[in-house]
Design a binder for this molecule. Sequence first.
Ligand code: MN
Ligand code: MN
Length: 499
Amino acid sequence: MTRMQREEWQDIVRDVDWAFAYADDEAVFPEWQSGTGSVPREAWKDWEEGYKITYPEYVAVQREKETSVFAVKAALQRSKVFDDLDEGWKSTAKAHFGATSLIEYIGMIGELRMARFGLNGGWRNMAVMGALDEIRHAQISLAFAHEFVPKDPQYDWALKAYQTNNWAIIAARRLLDGITCDANVVDVAIQLPLIFETGFTNLQFVGMAADALASGDINFANMISSIQTDEARHAQQGGPTIEILMKHDPARAQWVADKMFWLTGRVFAILTGPAMDYYTPLAHRKQSYKEFMEEWIITQYMRTLNDYGLKKPWYWDQFLENLETTHHALHLGVWFTRPTVWWKPQAGVSRAERAWLNQKYPHWEELYGEYWDVITHNINRGEMASTLPETLPWICNTCQLPICTHTSSPDGKWRVRNFAHTHDGRQHHFCSDVCRTIWQEDHDTLHMKTMVERLLAGDVQPPDIPGLLGYMGITPDVAGDDAYGYKWAAEYLPGKAAE
Ligand code: MN
Ligand code: MN
């Protein structure tokens, strides 16, 4: 039997739009879900993905990917690779598993919403495959982490993290809910495929794959590279959507892209920043976080802006300046509050590592050296209580991360500032003018109580550190501690100063 050529039938199965006889278009594609806004309904007929794939092709390719990933996993299961992995590197993997395994699942919800409410048949088809991709990513991440649970209970947080009120997860959940669930699907297509996936997952999945390979974690590198190949395909839903939006409502396209680029950048600063500049063993670092951001995110995002006729975000200079500071401050905060996280933060401030940081970041010593000096001194005097928190840092009402980013001022001094805003008689606090502006515009869809507000409202009982750890789901067997048991501090003992 001869089969029809793909070109002959693909359009028929791809374009499944028709005029409804028994229901209004508005009933099938309600505005609050579909979100066409001021874009005429017919304009969406022009939506077309660049790289087309049919369902049989999809299944064949995915089957191959799964087979090869699990073949490597099976081969490594018999080796001792895991036992030899560096503790700092393992923390990168654990932070990743907890922060992203169920983000993949939330990504699936975004894809399914586009698969139902997207305003073009081709788009909805592409989103169905996107949803299948995200199911695979959630499952593969959980399966890979599960293998290590008997060896180290922190890997259990691949599944557990999103079920808790851990502060880092509140920040990630706020971001992902905002990207996939709270917005209409036109905005979702810009926020998820264009900004989050095209803009940023490269950083985590390509960048971390290189560091994983160098650190000897072949399994992890293999898994995230396989995931990234799917992302590259379904991420193309962003392009045609923004092209149509730019034609009819460029101001909306600009706002959604600017807002989400900033917010996603905040979360990656705490997830990927410390992993690249502190947790990955010095000898295995490919590039600094800033260098990676410059090469992979900024250059690529500039190209995206150019391709679609978008302007640079209004906060661009601030964004570039923050590459010198934000993730260093967040790393310091994560290390300091280490019992609150499900991995073991590697301080990453031995003499050799500090020399590397100073070479990569000209302001590092000036801004962060003194804090680490005090911490190191306290460790060496055995005053561990002084290296641990007594309460919470103030948290930004938009990005849900500690307010800790230094900004430069005309007098040459760098300072951490609080950006306040009173709304309905209540004071809100922000890490930056940008987060404040975003909240002022979009707090209806972006607001979530911060950990500090929960504490002050009496949600956390007792309102102290043990109460907070309980509220965050942290049990003694997973509470984070220094990756190397503070051994790195010994080279700063007075007798060793000459070295
Ligand atoms: Mn994914
Ligand atoms: Mn995705």
